[in-house]
Design a protein around this ligand. Structure first.
Ligand SMILES: Cc1cc2nc3c(=O)[nH]c(=O)nc-3n(C[C@H](O)[C@H](O)[C@H](O)COP(=O)(O)OP(=O)(O)OC[C@H]3O[C@@H](n4cnc5c(N)ncnc54)[C@H](O)[C@@H]3O)c2cc1C
Length: 485
């Protein structure tokens, strides 16, 4: 089969682009080297829908951040994505940091951010009693919020799939097939694929991929790791998003609520050599805790239940987002350098990319019956007792809790495995259902989830993986061990 478009990379940029392109009469294939959508930077970030006060006015980042920010509310309704409309504060501690707020306010105004204003320390302390008593003021932007990043990527991918986009996981792009200066296809580790256009949305690998086509040889991605800690929501909560005053290293370590009600702190920013190195470090944790305590001094690390790291795909020397169609070869659109605020910008990135394809000669005919709506699945933990009883009456699998901390049921796990973009590993189920993210971090649910995956996928338990590839849980049956004795 010859595709009109192959999208390389199923992060938020690739999946949103697939979703917006799915309204047109095109054969589209989305590939990712991972076993699922949304496993790169899109799975490990601050999850803030930034208002747009931070990017340098006049840049593509500033434009797409504010456009994206305006799109999320409607999109979240259409695609069933959990979003919390929190607003955000950039917090000045002590009088020395106050002048920075005026500069940020001017930037917010230049970027057209509605409702931005400076509030006093007293006003912020009233809204957020946990904040440092030495807070002198804050920049308040009411249009910021937080999103469930896993749900967002999945929702875009599922809606794209409903509208005909095909998804091929565990398929790594290797090279382009180019004839007469035009894209004819790509080579992957699972064979060649013919296509007219390639959209390179490969995150930290986007520069390497464009180099294979001879595009922008001097442009590089500098991977910068950011580490995070998550707190037990039974122990400490906060309803706001608090940024420190930014430095030349970036927006700094935030203290934020998540859509699920946990406090999350991080990230730091460390340049790394290995673009896949998502390890967390003792030094990084210390740095994050020290910085976060400047904003909320009472953070008690005994209540930390998880840590993780994500990698920013920061472009160099051009620090802006790069979304451009190459002249040679024809048929390549690069979406690169999508570091923060790439998540909030993603819907606007997608619209910009679609427009760029149109301007570069791709015929976009709207197809009949395009369905922009994706219904979210029922979430047992959010139901009333009456709803729980009703759902369980109709489907007894709702009565079997698999993850006790997060109250995830067997029915939700089965729905994740049977989805149009199916979960095929433990982590893929975790991203879809939030199972294993609570206090016991999966201690209770692992065996049953492994069994369900084996049953549903028709494979032995020894082939069930945590995250694709060779990440298996079970290596042999205990009986074999006994037999060997
Ligand atoms: C620490 C941190 C904090 C952040 N905080 C925020 C925030 O609060 N708000 C915000 O708006 N943004 C934030 N961001 C930025 C945001 O997360 C990213 O801009 C966004 O997720 C990038 O999406 P993407 O699709 O471009 O890349 P990714 O999500 O990384 O997706 C790229 C995909 O390409 C695939 N891929 C790579 N190479 C190949 C290949 N050869 N073949 C096939 N597939 C391939 C990968 O497997 C991956 O799935 C943050 C980022 C980080 C790291």
């Amino acid at each position: 089969m010859k595709y009109d478009i192959v999208i390389v990379g199923a992060g938020i940029a690739g999946c949103m682009t697939a979703r917006f392109l799915s309204r047109y009469d095109l054969d589209i294939l989305l590939i990712d080297s991972a076993d699922d959508v949304g496993t790169g930077a899109s799975a490990a970030n601050s999850a803030i829908l930034h208002s747009g006060h931070d990017p340098e006015p006049g840049t593509l980042k500033a434009r797409l951040n504010s456009e994206g920010s305006r799109m999320w509310s409607g999109l979240a309704d259409e695609l069933g994505i959990p979003v919390k409309h929190t607003g955000s504060y950039v917090v000045a501690v002590g009088n020395d940091e106050l002048p920075a707020l005026d500069i940020l306010l001017k930037r917010a105004e230049a970027n057209g951010i509605p409702g931005a204003r400076i509030v006093s320390g007293a006003e912020l302390r009233e809204k957020e009693p946990l904040v440092n008593p030495d807070v002198s003021g804050a920049l308040w932007t009411p249009t910021a919020g937080v999103v469930d990043p896993f749900a967002a990527v999945l929702a875009a991918a599922e809606n794209a799939a409903t509208n005909g986009v095909q998804f091929r996981p565990e398929t790594a792009f290797l090279d382009f097939i180019i004839e007469n200066d035009s894209i004819r296809g790509i080579r992957t580790d699972r064979g060649d694929i013919e296509c007219r256009w390639v959209i390179n949305a490969a995150g930290v690998y986007s520069a390497e991929i464009m180099h294979l086509a001879g595009v922008r040889p001097d442009y590089h991605i500098v991977p910068r790791r950011g580490e995070y800690l998550i707190f037990d929501r039974q122990k400490i909560t906060l309803d706001n998003v608090l940024f420190p005053v930014p430095t030349d290293k970036g927006k700094g370590t935030i203290v934020s609520t998540t859509v699920h009600g946990n406090i999350m702190i991080g990230p730091n920013a460390v340049k790394i050599d290995d673009s896949d190195d998502v390890s967390t470090t003792a030094a990084g944790m210390d740095e994050v805790i020290t910085s976060a305590r400047r904003l909320v001094p009472s953070l008690d690390i005994r209540y930390v239940i998880a840590e993780f790291a994500g990698i920013r795909a920061s472009g160099y020397p051009d620090r802006d987002f790069i979304i451009e169609a190459s002249v040679k070869p024809r048929g390549l659109l690069n979406i690169a350098g999508i570091d923060s605020p790439g998540f909030v910008s993603a819907p606007a990135i997608a619209v910009y990319a679609v427009d760029m394809l149109r301007r570069n000669g791709l015929e976009l005919r709207e197809k009949e019956g395009w369905n922009p709506v994706r219904n979210s699945r029922p979430v047992f933990r959010d139901m009333t007792h009456a709803e729980r009883a009703e759902y369980t009456k109709n489907d007894p699998a709702f009565g079997r809790i698999i993850c006790r901390c997060e109250e995830v049921t067997e029915a939700e796990v089965l729905a994740a495995i049977r989805s149009i973009v199916p979960a095929r590993s433990y982590d893929a189920i975790k991203r879809r259902t939030w199972l294993g993210t609570g206090r016991c971090q999966g201690g209770f649910d692992y065996p049953r989830v492994i069994e369900l995956l084996a049953e549903e996928l028709g494979i032995p338990v020894t082939e069930v993986t945590k995250s694709g590839g060779k990440s298996r849980f079970v290596f042999r049956a205990t009986k074999d061990v006994n037999d060997e004795r």
